[in-house]
Design a protein around this ligand. Sequence first.
Ligand code: NAD
Length: 738
Amino acid sequence: MPEPTTDFTSLTLDYLPDDIAVVRVAVPGHSQNVITATFLRELGQILDHFAAVPPRGLILESGRPGSFFAGADIDRLNRLWELPEPEVADLCDRGRTLFGRLSASPWPSVAVIDGTCLGGGLELALACDLRVATDDPRTSLGAPEVKLGLLPGWGGTVRLPRLIGPGPALEMLITGDAVSGRRAATLGLVDACVPSVAARAAALRLLEQTVANANHTTRRQQQAEAVPLDADEKAFLEATTAALILGRTGGHYPAPLAILKTVLQGCELEAAEAAVGEREAFVQLTRSPVARQLVRVFLLGEQNRRDSGLSGDNQNNLSAPDPSAPDRSDSSKRDCRPAVVGAGIMGAGIVARHLRSALTTTLVDINAAALSRSIPDILAEAAWDRNARASDPQRAVELAGLLRSSTDLAAIAQADLVIESVIERTDLKRQVLSEIESMVAETTVLCTNTSTNPIATLAESLSNASRFCGMHFFNPVRRMKLVEVIRGPATSDATVATVVAHAKRLGKYPVVVQDSPGFLVNRVLTPYLHEAVELLREGIAPDRIDRLSRRFGMPLGPLELYDMVGLDTAFYAGLVMATAFGERIDASPVIPALVKAGWLGRKSGSGFYAYSGSGHDAPITGVNRQLADRLEPYRLPERSLRDEDIIDRLFLPMLLEALLVLDEGIVRESNDVDLAVIHALGFPAFRGGLLAWGDSLGAAQVIERLKRFADLGPRMTPPPSLLDHAATGRPFTTHFLS
Ligand code: NAD
């Protein structure tokens, strides 16, 4: 066959015997294939070539192992907000028209999906007549646009329901969750699921059958028509899906509802008309601040993925080998042997996370009963199957092979990274750390999961503190993706880099913070918790405080959070903060009074709320009826506050504390604050994080709102940096736009 005259950079074209064209995609400059302007242009050129010289059929495959297409180029997405509506609409039209040319060509096409196939990549695969997926664990097909506050804008909402039915399509589009190759075959999303080595042959076979029977024309006809869906079926789907969406999102995220409406309306229309609705919905979503914030949050994660944990100069120092400090920064190339000491709630969660990352892990606990109690929970959590929403027993058995457990500390002798997670008592931690140090090699990195102890204090128990730092996980470990990596005064750069790389291996976002009371997360959390109790003392009902916090977008209200964490634990953490920052965060007398009464929160069956039973899963029955009496001695003058005042009282002190954290250089850059509050506290992603929320108000407006609470003293006083932001108009966040 004549070759096209153009030189392609992201595609190659070959021919198999019998005139079957094979287009392989390898987009340069990216670790995974992403849809760039160059790729789209070259796809158009190759379709021009096929128009002049038609093949019998086309196989579209990736030249990059493990990646069919990871989706759109995120930098392109991050510019959508700047474009006027007609230009966004034009982008949709051009992409859809291009993919439409593929599906309207006289010859049939098949996509070979071996690896990630997401977003625009899935839409491209849907534009082919046939799809073959592989059973490789990396193969996943999904439409994650909803997670960025958008919907598929190149025909995905039109093609997917026609291929697999509106119900399954809505589930994929609204959750944004990807499915495996096997699951895709069950759904009818792909025509076959085979091992990678057999994928090309399977694609060729399917293509030959299709050429012989011309049955792609029948499929195309079906794709062009409306979807048969009777009125009752539609009403049921609409009502149940809308209820599910509102339950999950609290109405804060417009994209899922827009997807529901677009898909159901689109089903009643012919595909060409449905595409117009999709385009309009896409354009409207790009006008919403939510999409902009969600894309920013995604970029925060990407930035973190690339961050070594060291600042510029220190990174360079690391590359010059220091004979006294072994370079372990590239732990991914090493056979890592981690160990965890302490099999409590946190230690168990940390070990489960290690097993999920396929790391052989040693767990030591002094208490044999605690150790054996933890193991079934660890394996069940490690073997959790998200698709099935249950633990996979077969997987649990496999993962058990990676877990070594012992009551003898000598079991950690071979470890190259040890995480101490015993109970929060300074003397005990110092003793355990010293024992750990005596047990392991000189090169082993030592970490502590302490929440409140200064790293400097714990480091005093070690003879070589340069290999020691904090590695602070959040509860529950399976859900909270943040890890604070806390630098002590003696911690070496090599240690920080090793622990950062290790956290990433566990699928976490590591944020490097300086050793300071509360580190980053608990420091900004404390003013919020403290303010909730002050509001209570001023006569605001506990359930109103929590409801407003949840309405703001927090997963739990502050008093619910107190009860979950445990009031005894919160009391101790609050004391540490009050000692350090008493002027702003004084120790509330309420928490010790409740602890004294035996109200420790959910685990004891009563706290701010009452529970039926005790323990972590005890169901809530309502506000604790005796709370008002207990509060009586600590009442403050009553205030009548509007809902928006209460929200400001809770969140503005958090923002002020974050600005102080930045002024003190506790974190290396402002983006770390937003990443941390989202992934450790569940701060609403649709607001983009704490600083992004501050930017949505503007520094001048923040100062204005604080004036209403000036009588509350230093905790509501604008710090100098806030005044500076207001004077210069400089935002709190750093922008990503290049
Ligand atoms: P926990 O009380 O549930 O478990 C502590 C475990 O340590 C127990 O199983 C105990 O038997 C074991 N232990 C005690 N002494 C030991 C020793 N000498 N050697 C080996 N094991 C020993 O505690 P947790 O809630 O899992 O907390 C552990 C650490 O994690 C603490 O430092 C805590 O501050 C920190 N942390 C806790 C949370 C949380 O929400 N629970 C969150 C972040 C960090």
